[in-house]
Ligand binder design. Structure first.
Ligand code: NAD
Length: 539
């Protein structure tokens, strides 16, 4: 069945709820938080629709209260990994053969379940398990994921509808948008429930079957998503879920000839390792695996001398510290001209003085804990480094009850300092103050300091400076912001992804990504074939 591009309705972004004091939505999610915090959930692998409790478990605790166990996650062994591959292969033909309407209906239903009766369940799991405030959970786990599902379905329909001219001189051309010829390995990070939900489902919308390995620390919310997709009618075997240490699980999967692609989000080192393994295995595969990965960042805010210092300070505080700086897009290196520095320093210090940190169940907290002890220890080392420079705000850690790193603002003397070039992925933001007259030089420093190119922002009230920064920093960020913080991309509005060491820039929440999960077949049909082999010019 063919559909016209114009007839594909454009979804509307899921409205973000405010959870204001006294509101019904606030009462409702608080009730759900109490229920989930009182449980210890057993989380199985899911292979061909069957829950597999392996007995080899890892306990998941609340980052903000690390003595509090939320779940036991059943880790996969080699047998579960092999069965997951077999299941994905077995389900492939039936899933691919379903009419597109039937596949899309599953994910549109999932989006409506998520924004409706499952909203509190998924948001509360994200708050408890990943230490997000209610606002951060709402914009991620509910709104962004519902948007991913609705917009990806629309992009897929638009791609299907994009056909070559139907008739030309006795010829009919058409494009068939097949899924890839094998399974997809989706590997998701801890920090966004929406990304975790998007990585396995984007290829599945296009007709692929998937093995999904989520980050164990995000197991509570991912388990809610597995149950939600089941409630939406996702057939058995289409998305198989396995838990495990990344390397142990990945090695046998990356060695399978049926591997058709990886859909990865996480750190640069892990992605490069997977790419290398695929390279080593390249002669074994039935096809060239598609490699799609969004990885690390060292995201910048560059202020021009004409910037509004108040707007800049707010962007630093929101862009740098929301979700404890654990967003790939979080502002992490700031460049401020010396004419603005005294005011920016005082404003950021003042705002951070008001920011409260603690358990996300207390809605007055703006920041919470980092994800686990490993991250906490890593950030403690960065704090030690910060104390060799000028700490403007924060600088301490508190690990007795939860993994709390204070929002820390540190001024460095050298623009190439490690704090300005390495991805920290925590609430530690570094600033370099440059002489106002050296704007051009500052542009070059921003462009060349870090290997990443994910997000970046320029603040200025002068059009020539904005234009110059937009041009000069063309390759420095896949998502570039003017007078706004570099976080908070919205599906359907700001397609997200970066280049250089930040990823393949296939733009999650955009048709670019969906196209990677499709292998088109061109069909040319000639209605009246020639009956003489000779061309006219021969005579
Ligand atoms: P991570 O790389 O530690 O883990 C990501 C996933 O890879 C997890 O599921 C993990 O278990 C798995 N993994 C670990 N080792 C593996 C291996 N050897 N082989 C295969 N899989 C392996 O990342 P994280 O700590 O979960 O997330 C933070 C990172 O993700 C940051 O670097 C951040 O910038 C990045 N990130 C990027 C984006 C983006 O869009 N660019 C979005 C979110 C997060």
């Amino acid at each position: 069945m063919s559909i016209g591009i114009a007839s594909v309705p454009r979804p509307v972004n899921e409205p973000v709820r405010g959870y204001l004091p006294g509101s019904a939505e606030r009462t409702s999610i608080q009730r759900e938080l109490t229920i989930q915090a009182a449980e210890v959930v057993e989380i199985p692998c899911v292979i061909n629709g069957v829950d597999v409790y392996t007995g080899n478990t890892v306990a998941i605790t609340m980052p903000a209260e690390h003595g509090h166990v939320l779940a036991n996650v059943h880790m996969a062994g080699p047998g579960e990994v092999a069965r997951a591959v077999a299941s994905a292969e077995e389900a492939r033909a039936d899933w691919a053969a379903l009419p597109w309407e039937a596949r899309v209906a599953v994910f549109l239903k999932a989006a409506d379940l998520l924004s409706g009766p499952w909203r509190d369940k998924v948001n509360a799991a994200t708050m408890l398990g990943q230490a997000k405030t209610v606002h951060q959970a709402e914009i991620d786990a509910c709104c962004e994921l519902a948007d991913f599902w609705r917009f990806n379905c629309q992009y897929y329909r638009t791609i299907l509808a994009d056909q070559p001219p139907e008739h030309s001189a006795g010829v009919w051309n058409r494009l068939e948008h097949r899924p890839l010829d094998g399974f997809i390995f989706a590997v998701s990070p801890f920090n966004f429930t929406s990304i975790a939900g998007n990585l396995p489902t984007a290829p599945a919308i296009a007709g692929n079957t998937v093995i999904w390995k989520p980050a164990t620390t995000s197991a509570l919310s991912c388990w809610q998503l597995v149950r939600l997709l089941r409630a939406a009618g996702l057939p058995d075997g289409v998305i198989n879920v396995i838990w495990g240490q990344g390397g142990d699980v990945a090695a046998p999967i990356l060695a399978r000839p049926e591997l058709a692609g990886i859909h990865f989000t996480g750190s640069t080192g892990v992605f490069q390792g997977m790419w290398k393994t695929i390279g080593e295995n390249i002669a074994k595969y039935r096809q060239y695996p598609r490699i799609v990965g969004e990885t690390g960042g060292k995201d910048f805010i560059l202020a021009h001398a004409s910037a509004d210092p108040l707007a800049l300070a707010v962007a630093i505080v929101r862009g740098g510290y929301e979700y404890q700086g654990q967003k790939c897009s979080a502002a992490s290196r700031i460049y401020v001209p010396d004419n603005l520095w005294p005011e920016v320093r005082e404003r950021v210090r003042g705002m951070l003085g008001e920011v409260k940190q603690g358990d996300p169940r207390d809605f007055s907290n703006f920041v919470s804990a980092v994800i686990d002890q490993r991250a906490f220890r890593k950030h403690q080392q960065y704090l030690e480094l910060a104390h060799t420079e000028e700490v403007v705000a924060g600088g301490h850690s508190h690990g007795q009850t939860g993994w709390f790193i204070e929002p820390t603002f540190v001024r460095v003397a050298d623009p190439h300092h490690r704090l300005m070039s390495e991805e920290i992925f925590g609430p530690i933001v570094s600033v370099f103050v440059y002489p106002e007259a050296e704007w051009r030089h500052a542009l070059r420093v921003v462009d060349t300091t870090s290997p990443y190119a994910l997000t970046g922002a320029v603040f200025s009230r002068e059009r020539y400076a904005i234009d110059e920064a937009t041009r000069e920093l063309r390759g420095a960020a896949g998502n570039f912001y003017v007078n706004d913080k570099p976080t908070g991309a919205v599906v359907g509005q700001q397609p997200f992804g970066g280049g250089r060491a930040s990823g393949t820039n296939d733009k999650a929440g955009a048709p670019h990504n969906l196209l990677r999960w499709i292998s088109p077949r061109t069909i040319k049909e000639t209605f009246v074939p020639p009956t003489d082999w000779r061309y006219g010019f021969l005579g």
